[in-house]
Design a protein around this ligand. Structure first.
Ligand code: SF4
Length: 231
């Protein structure tokens, strides 16, 4: 990425952080309806993010509630009956994730004294995890100013900063999108979890792939694509 592109991303992401900081309370209203957003620690976010891969919030919610009641900490999850977990996760299309979740829980329980560590490097390397899961645990569970990028967030940055985000093969690993998310959260005025919830929820509910709802968007004044997609 060239210097001019980096500068363009940083300036646009700072402006987006300013816009989101201004509308934080309004934009965040209602987002706490999800069970994994009620004062979560790293463990609750860790579990939720394994469930939220390729499934909807609505489908994941009852399974999440069952899972954290049945296995209230990482070591009880590490000792879980894998067949029982598979039977609960299978209806969500997450059959394969049950094994990964238990393998990751065993690794954490064995090496971190029963606590999910607030370490990006460690979390990223866990079975079935990756940069997004690590960022989500750090931001939502540990209260750190950690960046997150998923497919929706990469799409949103691609619209706000045209040309700066190359979303060709693996959007959640796009260096431009990560630079934008890092700059955004560093400059967000308020709790970092709120800043990232605004980003995540806007990407998921407002900046829709086909018909973005630009009038409702907290970033509408800074978005270069808005005039083309005004809905
Ligand atoms: S203004 Fe529209 S296109 Fe731009 S980020 Fe918001 S919803 Fe997406």
């Amino acid at each position: 990425m060239g210097e001019a592109t980096e500068k363009k991303i940083v300036l646009a992401a700072r402006a987006a952080a300013k816009a989101a900081s201004r509308s934080a309370a309004e934009a965040h209203a209602g987002s706490e309806d999800y069970p994994w957003r009620k004062n979560p620690g790293p463990y609750e976010v860790f579990v939720a993010e394994y469930l939220l891969r390729k499934t909807t919030y609505k489908q994941a919610a009852p399974v999440f509630i069952w899972l954290v009641e049945e296995y209230p900490d990482i070591c009880s999850l590490a000792a879980a009956d894998e067949d029982l977990l598979v039977s609960r996760l299978k209806p969500l299309g997450l059959r394969g994730r049950a094994g990964l979740l238990v393998a990751a829980a065993r690794e954490v329980c064995r090496n971190h004294g029963g606590r999910v560590p607030c370490s990006r490097e460690y979390l990223e390397a866990l079975p079935g995890a990756g940069p997004y899961l690590a960022g989500a645990v750090l931001s939502f569970g540990c209260g750190e100013r950690a960046a997150i990028v998923d497919t929706g967030i990469a799409r949103l940055w691609g619209r706000i900063i045209p040309g700066a985000v190359k979303r060709l093969y693996s959007p959640h690993r796009d260096p431009g999108a990560w630079l934008a998310s890092r700059t955004y959260i560093e400059h967000f005025k308020g709790n970092p979890d709120v800043g990232n919830y605004i980003l995540l929820d806007t990407a998921r509910q407002v900046c829709l792939p086909k018909k973005p709802l630009c009038k409702q968007c907290p970033f509408k004044k800074t978005c270069k694509a808005r005039h083309k997609t005004l809905g």
